[in-house]
Design a protein around this ligand. Structure first.
Ligand code: ADP
Length: 506
């Protein structure tokens, strides 16, 4: 059904701003072959609101049999899907984007319910990036071009871009809608069918997205499974018919998944963790740097971002002023009910993450010379007493070799480390097993360009810190991953196969 037709029938649009009711309506389901279906075994698991610890829905407990059913549906659908012209596929992906835009508030509320991220500062902007990605990739259908290759005068040599076939996408919980879009949109436009395995903590909003897209896409081209990593993610990554695995998550899991793909020479993209440095030089505009640091550390998302600026290197001459200003900035952020329009910072995702982050804070506090500067205020409302709220912490006095500066915490905890010289700070910034993102603040163009060249990271920003956006190539160096996302080049490189054709003209 076209969007124009569905727009004329509001009941078909069925926007549901009651997140709890919508969660219930999606309860216990996967989306396979154009239908909401229970898992083959009938098993489910609880979806828990991190703000209340209440069970808000069940999710289908997907296993190998569900993966098989979804891959089978994808395989059957992909052949016809690939026969459409690329622009026709792109048009349908754009149409999905417009439908999702009509549901943007609904999706923001659903992701707010399941993740505890603040609606105003995090969930609505995530909805926006989601629809933006559908719009951008939807317009790229005609760009799936091959090349003609100069070779011999009596031979026509060309390359053709073909779909991989079936893409298995495994996504995490921190920005599930956005990360889904960076995989599903290019995969579909390139002529693939997709099976997504959602994160166990956040299966609902992405399930709703699949269901909505199912109003426009043919059944089977976009399937959504929920389940645990080993029981559902592993069989998807191992499936013989999945030609491409696109993974976002931790380094540990990424290595397991990459090995699964390697077993059958399937291609894989790995978007993994980070411990991203942010350098604030002596000549930086301090107020802008403080704003950028608060944003770069994603305090509004409780630091649950792989690009979070979790190592801030500040020149010794401005260190104390920076800490004071950053504290004031984060103090002004309100922690509270994620749905409250006044709330800037919601909760962390789960009991496991809650304990893990608190444990890191305890380790930091016991480290000689370190001091924890706690910011903002825990909510006092009795209704929120069960929520996984963690006060943002700025650690000062830690060394770049300390545990907190080396390991990804994925919480609202950043290390602020003093430096003396540019050479020192460059060496320290690069002294990490990760290489996802980096930022430098300086008014000196030469220093900025030098750092842009020398920082070992896939996404470098100077005098700003914005979040990942469709159109900007994104992906890490070193242990932070393999491959890029979010661009035309990423679509061509990772979601198509390049074939060389030689035609003898004699
Ligand atoms: P986190 O610890 O933040 O949840 P993970 O990397 O473990 O990060 O999870 C990212 C995604 O990978 C999730 O969808 C998760 O279910 C999935 N996953 C976890 N373990 C495996 C596995 N062994 N095989 C495939 N997918 C997995």
């Amino acid at each position: 059904m076209s969007l124009a037709a569905s727009a004329q029938s509001p009941q078909r649009l069925n926007v549901n701003l009651d997140a709890a009711a919508l969660a219930q309506s999606l309860s216990g389901k996967n989306y396979v072959n154009g239908q909401l279906v229970g898992s083959v075994s009938g098993k489910t698991f609880d979806v828990v609101s991190p703000a209340t610890r209440q069970v808000v829905a069940k999710a289908a407990f997907g296993e190998a049999a569900d993966v098989d059913a979804a891959v089978k549906a994808a395989k059957a659908a992909q052949k016809e899907w690939a026969k459409l012209t690329p622009r026709e596929r792109g048009r349908m992906v754009s149409e999905c984007g417009r439908l999702l835009e009509l549901h943007a508030e609904e999706l923001a509320r659903l992701v707010c319910l399941e993740t505890g991220k603040a609606l105003r500062t995090e969930c609505r902007p995530e909805s926006k990036v989601l629809t933006d990605a559908f719009e951008m990739f939807g317009g790229l259908g005609s760009e799936i071009k091959g090349e003609t290759v100069p070779h011999k005068s009596d031979m026509l040599v060309m390359t053709i871009r073909e779909p991989v076939g079936i893409v298995g996408a495994i996504i995490p919980w921190n920005v599930p809608m956005m990360l889904l879009s960076l995989k599903v949109c290019p995969a579909l436009v390139a002529g693939n069918a997709v099976v997504v395995k959602s994160a166990e903590e956040a299966p609902l909003a992405v399930l709703r997205i699949a269901q909505l897209c199912g109003q426009i896409l043919p059944p089977g081209v976009f399937n959504m499974l929920s389940g645990m990593g080993p029981e559902c993610g592993a069989p998807l990554a191992q499936h013989k018919d999945v030609g491409k695995v696109s993974f976002t998550g931790s380094v540990e899991t990424g290595k397991i998944v990459y090995k699964y793909a390697a077993e059958r020479m399937a291609t894989a993209t790995m978007e993994l963790g980070g411990k991203s440095p942010m350098i604030i030089m002596q000549d930086a505009d301090l107020d802008r740097a403080v704003d950028g640091a608060a944003n770069g550390m994603r305090f509004t998302r409780c630091g649950q971002s792989c690009t979070a600026a979790s190592r801030m290197f500040v020149h010794e001459s401005i260190h104390d002023a920076f800490v004071e200003k950053l504290k004031a900035k984060v103090d002004a952020m309100k922690m509270g009910d994620p749905f409250d329009e006044a709330t800037d910072i919601g909760t962390v995702i789960s009991p496991g993450q809650f304990e893990k982050v608190k444990n890191y804070i305890a380790i930091g506090e016991k480290t000689a010379g370190a001091k924890a500067v706690r910011c903002s205020t825990l909510p006092s409302d009795a209704k929120l007493k069960d929520g996984f709220y963690i006060q943002p912490v700025l650690f000062v006095g830690l060394d770049n070799n300390s545990k907190l500066a080396r390991e990804e915490i994925f919480g609202p905890v950043t290390c602020i480390i003093k430096f003396k010289t540019y050479a020192d700070v460059l060496a320290a910034a690069n002294d990490s097993e990760y290489g996802l993102a980096a930022t430098i603040w300086t008014k000196d163009l030469k220093t900025a360009m030098d750092a842009a060249h020398k920082l070992e990271a896939g996404f470098v920003q100077v005098n700003q810190n914005v979040v990942v956006q469709p159109g900007l190539s994104y992906g890490g160096f070193k242990q932070s991953g393999i491959g890029k996302e979010a661009t035309l080049e990423a679509m061509l490189e990772h979601f198509t196969k390049k074939k060389t054709v030689l035609i003898n003209l004699n």
